[in-house]
Design a protein around this ligand. Structure first.
Ligand code: AGP
Length: 367
């Protein structure tokens, strides 16, 4: 057992530490003679150019990877992108045309709702592209093309390394679409690719010093509820942070776009209420900080995941977890890691079975 866990106390910790390798493996061989290569997609540049809508379907953590992808696909390729949980998509007769690219994201490749959604999309004439971690899985078999996330087998019920693999793969897909649409030039794609590759080392740096994360976790462990907030990319990252925390620690957590707090959730905040903020430098950083001030004024205990060098954030947060600076587009790769560690540390503090949370299964093969 100890050997299987590679010397780590649980599989989740082992898998969190595998993430730099997952990023490297996911990107390996994807830049050929300076150009991005995703042959598995099996669509010519002209066919790619005809895509006028992207629809990501997934569940749980994979759905959150889709939320990140939406920011990238719309931001870079300027193609409208919807992200929908598969269990809703399959029952609402969604508008799908032959020029819609449906991207099905599933670690296990066998989630019942995601599979049903794939079948529905194909009947409607869409090309379906799968992103999965399991070779030969139903999602791989039933899609027109597939990217494997190279996470290798994930044992802990809570997805960590497969999430990062999904985000890295979807980032490549967004770059490819942007290139096909003429929105990113080859040299820009190359620059982005190398920056994305650099995140492997940046994640290693985050993993090397977790003292601030552990301290924040100890401060929050006895809370009965927590709010995760962010804006832009940070709002999507917050969703995954909240899911991770609730599924393994049973501490109720909710994610909200920070600007929405004043429309309801701010009523929750009283003395010591934990607010975990994705507060990395981004175009909406100042807006986020003013949301944190509103929360702080009501007694919130603020944990901020912030960019190294940002000393100003200390004035607004009780605990600051610094992470290396990356461009906003890649912030999900780095900022998600401290949130995984935070959730795990709280679960351990609360005496929970980190790898095998109650009521959950690794693959959800029934509806
Ligand atoms: C993630 O931590 C969860 N265990 C869960 O939300 C999971 O992501 C979801 O069930 C989807 O699974 P899939 O990626 O295998 O389709």
């Amino acid at each position: 057992d100890v050997a299987e866990k590679g010397g780590y106390p649980d599989f989740m910790m082992k898998e969190i530490h595998e993430q730099p390798r997952v990023i490297r493996d996911t990107l390996a061989g994807r830049l050929v003679n300076g150009a991005l290569s995703i042959d598995e997609l099996d669509l010519s540049a002209e066919e790619l150019n005809l895509i006028d809508r992207v629809c990501v379907i997934a569940c749980g953590t994979s759905y959150h990877a889709g939320l990140i992808a939406k920011n990238l696909i719309e931001g870079w390729a300027r193609i409208p992108c919807e992200v929908e949980v598969a269990s809703e998509f399959r029952y609402r007769n969604p508008i799908i045309t032959p020029s819609t690219l449906v991207v099905a994201v599933s670690q296990s490749g066998e989630t019942a709702d995601t599979l049903a959604a794939i079948r529905d999309a194909r009947v409607k004439g869409a090309k379906v592209f799968g992103i999965t971690n399991v070779v030969g899985s139903p999602v791989a078999r039933e899609s027109d093309g597939v990217i494997y996330t190279k996470a290798n087998k994930e044992i802990a019920v809570a997805s960590t390394k497969s999430f990062l693999g999904q985000v890295a793969s979807l980032t490549l897909l967004a770059m490819l679409l942007a290139q096909a649409k003429g929105k990113l030039k080859t040299n820009q794609v190359r620059l982005l690719f190398h920056e994305l590759a650099d995140t492997a080392e940046q994640v290693e740096r985050i993993l090397a010093d977790t003292a601030a994360i552990d301290e924040a976790a100890r401060a929050c462990k006895d809370a009965s509820s927590a709010l995760f907030v962010g804006r832009g990319m940070g709002a999507a990252i917050a969703c995954e942070g909240a899911l991770k925390l609730k599924e393994i620690s049973y501490l109720h957590a909710e994610a909200y776009p920070a600007g929405e707090m004043k429309h309801g959730p701010i009523a929750l905040i009283d003395e010591g209420f934990p607010v975990i903020a994705v507060a990395t430098k981004s175009p909406v950083y100042d807006k986020l900080v003013s949301n944190l001030q509103e929360a702080k004024a009501r007694g919130a205990m603020i944990v901020a995941v912030a960019t190294e060098g940002d000393e100003d954030i200390r004035a607004h947060a009780d605990h600051v977890v610094y992470i290396p600076k990356v461009r906003d587009a890649f912030s999900a790769v780095t900022a998600s890691v401290p949130l995984q560690l935070f959730a795990r540390a709280i679960a351990v503090e609360r005496g929970c079975d980190v790898d095998q949370p109650r009521n959950l299964a690794k693959s959800v093969t029934v509806e």
